[in-house]
Design a protein around this ligand. Structure first.
Ligand SMILES: [Zn+2]
Length: 451
């Protein structure tokens, strides 16, 4: 039995290595290279997946195991095979597209985000096929392109063009499984929305040599930046509460953190000790506004007639565009009549998606928790988390009301902080033991859910 597992694991790592070497950096993507890698692997076991090429060399793959009953369906994925670019290859300990195994880890761009999950899901699906598993509901495997951009040739495109094929009641995708505290692993049941907002200011263009009482668009923008950065949107602890409860915090701490006023105080104190942790908890407790790009003025001797400010806005589930505009107007106060509030245009990399979430407790979540206990120890518990960033889950929640969860099983050799910094980071890698646990976890979850 162990030999068989060893062989399976070497198939997972081989798939990962090939996908890392395929270098599907987005942009431009070229994800068909890894889609073909997976297609070939599945075909070698007699599985015929469907390929959907949205654009030349950018495509998606779907394999389906038909269910024999009326049980809710489950999808492994969407797993994305595109990866983000590497800024400085020289900073890496191993070349980022070599897929080297060193120090019990598989290294490379995409290893953590999210090729270990893709490969584990592909091989778990194949293993179930090989075992002659007959699911009670449909089991689907979906691998996509373009998650690192807006999904327009990936998950979003599949949901729009082939809704019947990719519709599913439940799904498991990235990320989750972080060892957030002793004997505790996270699962993602929701994500914050993205509402990138552009503020445009107008002034009167004139010669810069006589600025007295001039109408300067850049000055207005500067005042707006100050107001926005100092603005405190309302705190909302609806997402934070289940998280801190899941962390096993005592009732008093929970009570204090669940109180909007005390929370502000706690975050300030915590930021002095651990800035990253404070920023994370802060992001889960409110809409965040970060003024990140500004443009204005063309020439040093001309008072600018236009200025433009792009703000990274992240909204909690339940907060919408009207909420965003309302708080911009409030933050800007008397400047608000001077600002035109718009979305950052799509062609400028703009993105708008509402926050969204699935059932925090569902039959699948219970099964995941039981599997974790069997694999890691009976004292393990899951911590429900909303991701501050967006994933492909949003398309499925929006279109089909899918219960979508981000889950894998980290082995604990990397801390949650290390995992976070390796996402899109230098020396991205994944422990081999994490790959093994994640694979075993998926296999068991599917068997218990659909068996
Ligand atoms: Zn990812």
């Amino acid at each position: 039995m162990y030999m068989i597992l060893m062989e399976i694991l070497s198939e997972i790592t081989a798939l990962m290595q090939e996908m890392i070497r395929n270098k599907c950096v987005n942009p431009p993507g070229g994800e068909m290279r890894s889609i073909r890698t997976i297609e070939k692997y599945l075909q070698s076991y007699g599985i015929e997946p469907e390929i959907f090429e949205a654009e030349s060399e950018r495509g998606n793959l779907l394999a389906v195991m038909k269910g024999v009953g009326n049980h809710p369906s489950l999808m492994l994925g969407p797993g994305h095979v595109d990866v983000v670019p590497v800024e400085n290859e020289e900073d890496w300990i191993v070349p980022p597209f070599s897929g080297e195994i060193r120090d019990s880890c598989l290294w490379g761009r995409g290893a953590l985000d999210m090729l270990y999950i893709v490969a584990s899901q592909v091989v778990a699906f194949t293993q179930l096929h090989n075992e002659g598993f007959t699911p009670r509901g449909d089991l689907k495997l979906l691998v996509v392109a373009d998650e690192e951009a807006a999904g327009t040739v990936g998950a979003s495109w599949m949901v729009q063009n082939y809704p019947d094929k990719v519709q599913t009641d439940y799904l498991i995708t990235e990320a989750g499984g972080d060892p957030i505290a002793e004997n505790r692993l996270t699962y993602l049941y929701g994500e914050k929305g993205t509402a990138w907002t552009r503020l445009r200011f107008k002034g009167v263009e004139q010669h810069g040599s006589a600025p007295f009482k001039s109408d300067n668009a850049v000055v207005k923008m500067a005042k707006a930046i100050k107001k926005i950065s100092e603005y405190q949107p309302p705190r909302d602890t609806s997402v934070l509460k289940p998280f801190i409860k899941g962390m096993g915090m005592g009732r008093i701490t929970r009570g204090l953190m669940g109180n909007r006023w005390f929370l502000g105080l706690i975050l300030t104190l915590l930021s002095k000790r651990n800035k990253k942790e404070a920023a994370f908890l802060h992001s889960l407790s409110q809409m965040t506004l970060s003024p990140n790009v500004c443009e204005g003025g063309a020439k040093v001797n001309t008072i600018p007639g236009q200025a433009c400010l792009d703000v990274d806005v992240r909204i909690l589930p339940g907060q919408d565009e009207e909420y965003v505009r309302h708080h911009f107007r409030k933050a800007l106060g008397n400047l608000s009549s001077e600002a035109m509030i718009e979305r950052v245009p799509l062609e400028m990399g703009g993105d708008y998606s509402a926050g969204n979430k699935s059932d925090i407790h569902s039959p699948l979540v219970s099964i995941i928790e039981n599997v974790v206990r069997d694999l890691r120890g009976s004292d393990y518990a899951l911590v429900p988390m909303v991701s501050p960033g967006a994933t492909d889950s949003r398309f499925f929640r929006r279109a089909f009301g899918t219960n979508a969860y981000g889950f894998s099983i980290h082995d604990g050799s990397l801390t949650t902080a290390e995992i976070m910094s390796l996402f899109h980071g230098t020396d991205e890698r994944i422990p081999l033991r994490t790959i093994e646990l994640t694979y075993l976890g998926y296999l068991e979850i599917v068997k218990r859910f659909l068996g």
